[in-house]
Design a protein around this ligand. Structure first.
Ligand code: BGC
Length: 398
């Protein structure tokens, strides 16, 4: 009953947030006044990229349209994505390409097969082939230093996309979802579903986190841990494997197979005697999938609460089938629109829309950031947030 009520409240809040969109959630985020002041005039002065794009398709429409379309003409944007292996980056890349093209830019979109050297040379090529702005979702935040130096020498602005670029002063802006909030949404879901403040417990829990080379992974893990640690400390949550530091539970490159084999080891070492695992806190969907595969083949106890992030198709199907409890939806269309808007503002020398100027320090500078708001998803609200919004068709989830 309580679970249903919580779900309903979360769904309503989250759907409201989703409908409100990325732009308006910025105002809800408590950020320094300066950042908001900075952001406001930009919104008024700079028409959104989509608005500019529409008239460009029909150049004869009116003179004003021609004038607004002109600035993107002949300009090229390099978009560097980490891998096609994980679903979300295919969507991110496709959305970026579509929106940038509609806004009149030439686009150089590259995927780096999760290989750092490949990404490095792809970005260097983008610079030498004359890209005017770079948008980079790094495989490893701190491995693109040489390319970033090159961009800086050529005065090419760089936007870090979803993952922060580390250890460099050549990063102009960062656009992402509120990564810490992703973790707190996951942790709070576990806390509320188990009713940790009132239930006697103890409950058994395991953790699976993300890639240590991805700056986001620590934010996700810490967000969840900050909610759950008090219950671990008081003994209400029991980490049976004893593995509870980020280093112990991390998953290099977020690989499903790696998460799966670690989960298999844990299940055979600590749960083969019939001990139940009540919760498996997973930082995202690709790792949750590994844990779900491991449970399917190696576990007969009562099925645990499993968290995730991204609402990947396989995981959404698993949510519908009761094999994953929730996910955190990060609408890649929202992020792409925001980044395309930033690209336009940068190239037109306008104030760039940011809503956080404090959180994301990359060890050299604090990068002005735009944080979109992540949205809670589960089997009760997925239709509204994923199908009604046009993100997936019903057929894709069958
Ligand atoms: C993204 C997540 C994604 C993960 C693996 C992170 O940087 O923020 O949305 O699940 O990478 O691709």
């Amino acid at each position: 009953m309580k679970k249903k009520l919580l779900s309903a409240i979360l769904s309503m809040t989250m759907v409201a947030a989703l409908l409100a969109g990325c732009g308006s959630t910025a105002a809800d985020t408590a950020e320094p006044a300066a950042a908001e002041e900075e952001a406001a005039p930009a919104e008024e002065e700079a028409p959104a990229a989509e608005e500019e794009a529409a008239p460009a398709d029909d150049a004869a429409e009116d003179t004003a349209a021609e004038e607004t379309a002109a600035p993107s003409e002949g300009l090229k944007v390099g978009v560097s994505m980490p891998t096609k292996d994980l679903q979300r980056w295919n969507q991110d890349g496709a959305n970026m390409e579509k929106e940038l093209t509609e806004a009149g830019y030439e686009v150089d979109l590259q995927y780096a097969s999760n290989d750092v050297q490949t990404q490095l040379s792809q970005v260097e090529n983008m610079i030498s082939s004359g890209c005017n702005v770079l948008v980079i979702a790094a495989i490893e935040g701190s491995s693109l230093g040489e390319a970033l130096d090159m961009a800086k020498e050529s005065a090419i602005p760089v936007i870090a996309y979803d993952r922060l670029l580390m250890d460099s002063d050549a990063v102009s802006y960062y656009a992402t979802f509120d990564n810490y909030m992703v973790g707190t949404v996951q942790g709070t879901y576990v806390k509320d579903t188990l009713d940790l403040d009132n239930a006697e417990g103890p409950f058994n829990i395991e953790f699976t986190a993300g890639d240590p080379g991805d700056n986001n992974a620590g934010y996700f893990f810490n967000g969840a841990m900050d909610v759950l640690k008090p219950y671990i400390d008081e003994g209400k949550l029991n980490v049976v494997s004893g593995q509870k530091t980020f280093e112990e539970v991390a998953t290099p490159t977020w690989a499903t197979e790696t998460a799966q084999s670690r989960a298999e080891n844990i299940l055979s070492s600590f749960y083969a005697d019939g001990t139940n695992v009540d919760v498996w806190l997973c930082s995202n969907d690709s790792t949750a999938l590994g844990v779900e595969n491991a449970l399917a083949a190696n576990y007969n106890g009562s099925y645990p609460i499993i968290t995730g992030q991204d609402c990947d198709i396989e995981n959404t199907k698993n949510m519908i089938a009761g094999k994953q409890s929730m996910s955190v939806f990060k609408d890649t269309r929202t992020l792409a629109s925001q980044v395309v808007k930033m690209v336009g503002q940068i190239l037109k020398d306008e104030t760039v829309d940011v809503n956080d100027t404090e959180t994301y320090n990359n060890n050299v500078i604090t990068v002005p950031s735009y944080l979109c708001e992540p949205v809670f998803a589960d089997a009760n609200n997925y239709k509204e947030i994923l199908i009604d919004s046009g993100y997936y068709t019903e057929d894709q989830l069958k």
